[in-house]
Design a protein around this ligand. Structure first.
Ligand SMILES: C[S@@+](CC[C@H](N)C(=O)[O-])C[C@H]1O[C@@H](n2cnc3c(N)ncnc32)[C@H](O)[C@@H]1O
Length: 236
């Protein structure tokens, strides 16, 4: 949704059906899709499964972590082979797997609930083929965060904390079309809108640079021809 808001036409791919996906959707293996169709797109965003890196999985020990395949290297290889700009997004635990990632947080975009509970969902983005530039600053307050993982609603047996409901999570993420199960896998559109706008800006800066070079070349060419004409006129 964020890329759509930034002006892109969006096509999604997932191995599992995504009945609430709001754009053109293809069910299938994302890496195969990139290999086959990647060059048809201007930019590609990949959010490989994060279970191998998530804090929640790590709590269950190394055996459980090892049972989840890390798809980041294979995804990156397929993306780089297209020669197109790309983004690989993942959780904090995968930070070291990513090349010079930028971090985005909900507080950079004012995401949260009216009561002041913020969405402090830190996500990391490897940006390739464009310069995302400086990110906004995190503005964490001291109130309870809106956690978007696991079941929604109810109370934690560990510390008695209330879990936010699916509706509250939808509000905090600014996503009204997903179930809780879909929401826990997602990132807020504000993040990808910010990245999408950086890509457009980087592209415009590049085009403007090329245009300046062209104008300079044409001016020089003009001057060269003017001198040639002068020389010919002198000889006549
Ligand atoms: C972190 S979630 C991202 C979900 C979604 N892109 C979003 O941001 O709302 C990872 C997704 O990868 C999908 N997935 C896992 N293996 C895949 C594969 N080989 N090809 C395509 N999708 C895959 C899962 O079904 C899951 O929906």
């Amino acid at each position: 949704m964020g890329y759509h808001r930034a002006g892109f036409e969006v096509v999604g791919v997932d191995i599992a059906p995504q009945s609430h996906y709001p754009f053109e959707f293809h069910q299938g293996d994302a890496i195969e899709y990139i290999v086959e169709h990647g060059r048809e797109f201007d930019v590609i965003h990949a959010s490989p499964p994060c279970q191998a890196h998530s804090v929640m999985t790590k709590r269950w020990g190394q055996e459980v972590v090892s049972s989840h395949i890390n798809l980041i290297p294979a995804t990156r290889a397929a993306l780089q082979a297209t020669g197109k700009p790309y983004i690989i997004e993942n959780v904090e635990g995968a930070r070291d797997e990513l090349i010079r990632p930028v971090m985005l947080c909900g507080t950079m975009f004012g995401l949260g609930l009216k009561a002041g509970n913020q969405l402090r969902r830190h996500r990391y983005f490897e940006c390739w083929g464009f310069e995302p530039g400086l990110t906004p600053t995190c503005k964490h307050n001291k109130k309870q965060t809106v956690l978007v993982c696991g079941n929604s609603g109810g109370r934690s047996r560990r510390d008695g904390c209330m879990f936010h409901t699916a509706d509250e999570r939808r509000k905090a993420m600014d996503i009204d079309w997903m179930t809780n199960a879909e929401l826990v896998q997602a990132i807020p559109p504000a993040y990808t809108e910010w990245i999408g706008r950086r890509i457009v800006a980087a592209d415009t800066e590049y085009s403007e640079h090329i245009e300046e070079k062209e104008v300079e070349f044409l001016r020089e060419e003009n001057e060269r021809l003017r001198q040639q004409i002068e020389e010919l006129e002198r000889r006549i």
